[in-house]
Write a protein that binds this ligand. Structure first.
Ligand SMILES: [Zn+2]
Length: 503
């Protein structure tokens, strides 16, 4: 970062801009309106080459001078225009929504939130101490200044009890995480079941599961575990089928279901440690929890609770106890699974309460929806004066670009973008920018805009009839068709506009 004494961030932002303009040239040579790299790839290139630079420490320089910040907006807008070959008059909020790239101020908030959560998950963190001091009511420093994003974020999340630990949990194990042997104890499938659960008849699955429990685990002490989450809260339970013993716990309502499943497994293993047994199998219906454990052992950073599971597995293995974590299908009537399922549901109401604060990443959903709301409000505000046609086609921004799942090639996508945004290079537009004397159509002597071309234009009658057929076209229906940009009818519109434009 380039610091300056006034913290207006001019130097830093100018440096980013200089680099970004060089990279924008790469995007420019990769695409034109009728040729070049597909917008999906251009969008990815923009994100990885340019936006990553803009992102770096962006939540810190967000308090910089508006004139400087605006230079970055211009970089992003230029990139959007290149990716989608939008014409110059297209409003910015329309391009952002069409390419599913949020405005930079939303992006800065998102990164600020994520940074705060990462800092908050470590206890006694120095940065957090400074943020706390700067945001306290006694701190008059921000009285007449824009508050930094971190302070805003801190104020909105400081009441939350977030799980804090002094060090990364993978280092709390006695041995290095990848040297733990869980491969032999994780069983993610039921024997002889090769298809996905939904493709197999329930009673067949039940037979196979019961058969597996009888044969493979005949001598094992069986403990069933389950987690449950609904609008009332979260619960976890275990059921020891040998002693007919059930235990259940009420958990923090903000934690995710996979964590509840892992808590249940931890409790079951801790219970197994107290028993004097040689063979133990934990039966869970959560495949994702077992997959998560497998990922942790491969070195990926996982949830802290997963390392608790690994610790207990190690303890049991050191005592030469055979430990298995076996997945079994749920809701097919396996007796132990049904019992524990009921217990987990009951736990939400009256289980023994245990303290388990949500992990930082369990807030991701909440901060995401907060940022999406910011973007939506911005889109609504902008749509009041510009991009009114677009608003009738696309009601609100989406996080995934619509063209990701269609098979349209670049030339057709560009036409789709232009038609949906309502900014198509026809005579009306050329007249506005002073390139043509008349805004009228060469054939009909009426103003040539998109609706004219689609609805009333008399050029190439036969061809138009062949392409569009008897599709009902009028103002009010065209936007309905364009709101499903991958549909057959929409494609026919693109084809007609493409033919007309290349005339
Ligand atoms: Zn015409």
């Amino acid at each position: 970062m380039w610091m300056d004494s006034s913290l207006r961030w001019g130097t830093h932002i100018n440096e980013i801009c200089e680099k970004s303009y060089k990279l924008l040239n790469i995007l420019k040579v990769l695409a034109g309106s009728s040729w070049g790299v597909h917008p999906i790839h251009l969008r990815k290139l923009y994100i990885s080459l340019i936006r990553s630079r803009i992102d770096y420490a962006s939540f810190l320089y967000a308090t910089g001078a508006k004139t400087h910040l605006n230079k970055l907006n211009i970089v992003q807008n230029k990139a959007l225009r290149i990716c989608g070959s939008f014409i110059k008059s297209t409003p910015i909020h329309v391009m952002e929504t069409e390419l599913a790239l949020p405005p930079l101020f939303v992006r800065r908030h998102w990164l600020g939130y994520k940074f705060w959560l990462r800092v908050a998950s470590v206890s006694n963190n120095q940065t957090m101490q400074s943020v706390v001091n700067l945001s306290s009511n006694n701190c008059n420093y921000w009285y007449s200044k824009t508050k930094p994003i971190l302070i805003d974020v801190h104020n909105s999340l400081k009441e939350e009890d977030i799980h804090r630990s002094p060090l990364l949990d993978m280092y709390s194990l006695n041995s290095w995480v990848t040297s733990i042997d869980v491969k032999s104890c994780l069983c993610l499938n039921v024997k002889d079941v090769n298809n996905a659960k939904r493709n197999i008849n329930g009673s067949v699955l039940k037979c196979l599961t019961t058969y597996m429990l009888k044969t493979d685990y005949e001598e094992f002490h069986k403990i069933y575990t389950d987690g449950s989450k609904d609008s009332r809260g979260v619960g976890a339970a275990l059921f020891d089928s040998k002693f007919g013993k059930t235990m259940f716990w009420k958990l923090n309502k903000n934690i995710c279901i996979m964590r509840a499943e892992l808590i249940a497994i931890t409790k079951a293993l801790a219970y197994a440690v107290t028993l004097n047994i040689q063979k133990i199998v934990i039966l869970t219906d959560s495949k994702s929890a077992l997959h998560h454990l497998a990922r942790c052992v491969s070195g990926t950073r996982g949830m802290p609770i997963a390392y608790e599971v690994l610790k207990l597995v190690c303890i049991l293995q050191q005592r030469n106890v055979a430990v298995k974590l076996q997945w079994i299908p749920s809701h097919i009537g396996v007796p132990g699974n049904e019992t524990v399922d009921q217990a987990a549901k009951q736990a939400i109401e009256d289980g023994t309460e245990i303290v388990c604060n949500p992990y930082a990443n369990e807030f991701i959903g909440r901060i995401k929806s907060d940022c999406v709301t910011k973007w939506r409000n911005h889109f609504e505000n902008c749509s009041g004066s510009k991009g009114i046609w677009y608003k009738t086609i696309q009601q609100m921004p989406s996080l995934i670009p619509w063209f990701q799942t269609t098979s349209l090639s670049r030339p057709y996508l560009v036409i789709a973008f232009r038609m949906r945004s309502g900014h198509v290079p026809l005579n009306k537009f050329y007249h506005l920018i002073g390139m043509k004397q008349s805004p009228n159509c060469m054939y009909c002597d009426k103003v040539e805009d998109l609706l004219h071309l689609l609805v009333e234009c008399g050029r190439n009658c036969n061809l138009k009839q062949r392409i569009l057929g008897d599709m009902p076209l009028y103002n009010g229906n065209v936007n309905v068709i364009l709101s499903q940009p991958g549909s057959r009818n929409a494609r026919r519109l693109y084809l007609w506009v493409k033919v007309s434009l290349t005339d």
